[in-house]
Ligand binder design. Sequence first.
Ligand code: ZN
Length: 323
Amino acid sequence: MVVAFLTGCDRSEKASDADSASHKKEPYQVLCTVGMITDIVRNIVGDYAQVEGIIGEGVDPHLYQPTRSDVVKLSTADVVFYNGLLLEGKMTNVLMRVAKSGKPVKAVTEAILENSDYLLQKEEDSKHIDPHVWMDVRGWMQAVPLVAETLSIFDPLRADIYTANATAYTKKLEALDAYAQQSIGSIPESQRVLVTAHDAFNYLGRATGLTVRGIQGVSTESEAGVRDLEDLVNYIVEKKIPAVFVETSVADKNVRALVEGANARGHGVRIGGALFSDAMGQAGTYEGTYIGMIDSNITTITRALGGEAPELGMQGKLTGVVH
Ligand SMILES: [Zn+2]
């Protein structure tokens, strides 16, 4: 400390607490795959690092192919966070290669893996685990201390700041979880069924008591068959489900086919809105944050299925911009 103080920069720079003593370059660079992770990191690191996400709004991570410039960014970043559990299917090899360089490359679901009872398996393929953990706020919360810890090891002088920020962010997530439980709980029991384009909502379903049915499987790489569609149409008609949902990062043609199929059988089901499944909303909007994304989903689902939730969501901030 004293040495850095004496040999370091001039007084005005050094006045900003412990800055610059531990790093060659400031701010350091953190690279994340999906926006939900970028958002955790931003909340914890503040302005001390430049945080960038690779996979943008409305983009499907299951199908995302890393570009040349992504590979360069991955190799020059100081810290890398990704989801893991094969969410970033086509990036996994590159991430593994970058991890070998010795810098921190962390799967945020690693913390959740330790709690093996928590994770759900893919229905169609029991060898693989369902990666959509962020859909259950309680599950995603487990990634927050892991991010804080990884950043604290990289930048130990600011460990206290990162820990405090993580605690503050977790409090906000607890409020979000309470809103989700209360809202979904207000849907009449017989209507607590969520039909969507792909199976991204199983963790939300388990956390809130919603029965979840996706047309495509846990990854959008598999095509939906005609048989799957017919089965779901039967299900919707039998259960008199009032609304089904499209997703912002998945094509809506299968969901529209469902609606037409049910309508042709005399049951008027409608599209209840667009949900954020594997990508957040537009950068700079409320829906472009993790809390906004989940608030939007919960509010949309609750209102379309006959439950009670404020039109503008948990904090009156929903903009309704979903693309
Ligand atoms: Zn998905």
